[in-house]
Write a protein that binds this ligand. Sequence first.
Ligand code: HSE
Length: 427
Amino acid sequence: MKKVGIAILGLGVVGGGTYRILVGHRDFYAETQGIDLSVESVLEPEAAKLAALEVPESKIALNIAEVVCNPDVNLIVECIGGTTAAKEYVLAALYAGKTVVTSNKELYCKFSHELERAAKRHNAGLYYEASCVGGVPIIRTLLDGVQANKISSMMGIINGTTNYILSKMTEEGVSYREALRSAQELGFAEANPEADVEGFDAAYKLSILASLAFHTKIPFTKVLREGITEVSEEDIERGRALGYTLKLLAIAKQSSHGIEVRVHPAFVKREHPLASVSGNNNAVFLTGDSVGELMLYGKGAGELPTASAVVSDIIYAATHTEHKYSPFKNMAAADKTTVFVSDFRSAYYMRLTVSDKTGVLSKIAAVFGRNHISILEMIQAEKAGSEEATIVIVTHETHEAAVRSAVAKLNASDIASVESVIRVVCG
Ligand code: HSE
């Protein structure tokens, strides 16, 4: 039976889960896959993590050189995170001709060109299913499931922490701070949750997924990124009253105008399938020219779901005689011929504070009219004990630039101040 010796770098949530699955399912993989997956080495500085998993003394490595030079190790799993030690260790492994499986989205997103080049040069494999959307096999789907298609769009919820926070705010009416605290207590959000709540995590993932879907490097610097820190309970509630649910969406589209890639909060209609993706679940919709619409749904984070993706990559690498490399034009920057669309089309929800005086509504409507923005609905609510009123406007689909211009005009005027603007997904 073919034996594959595995090393795991980092026994955090994902590395620990990978260790547990590999040890617990070793006989099952021998039986069903005909391979003996044996953990030969573990690099983890925290003794408590090694003890919790009862890693045998003989398997504990002291440094990366020991792992890379171990003749019993054929495949190295990187679950350290970040881009400093992780990059150095992954490159050392690839230079030594050892296949790497990584769960590190930031590393692959920022350095795929360097890592893939090293992997090909040294005839090593490089697999990264666990970097995007946890246990949901989105990368395998793009590489091996829908490659017959020209993909025109991808839209989804690809960050579990923010989806948990927004679901809790929507379902329980709690504040952003309270929902974040709950996410931290449950271990979804990091002590420093910036990467999740500011949209970096989703932008890294979208950069990787859009590069695969559109066959060319989409650097994450090209992803329009807005997080959820400014989201208010009031907008969630007013949106709900209009039949919308707020989500942090990742959207990638390719058309004859170019490519648009964006991560931002967006209202979706309550009947939209993404509206019912709640808690720390994730979902991705793909549209291909042959397959039509496809939706993948599941746990996008967490110990065993993400480790499931790591182990699937290990099995893939162990059962194929030739490595499969990412088929996109893989460079540090975007290809010069790639056009990025920043003036995309969307519908918009806006909340304004206005003086409750005669003629104000018609002046606001005039600003919208001059910017060619058509209003779908408008609701006015009194502000108790004040001379001001709240106006909520939902527009028909229009251009981003038109909305930015109208908002700037309104804010510079004495008619209204725009408190919030949230894009609305129509389709
Ligand atoms: N922090 C991520 C999330 C999980 O909340 O979805 C790892 O990608």
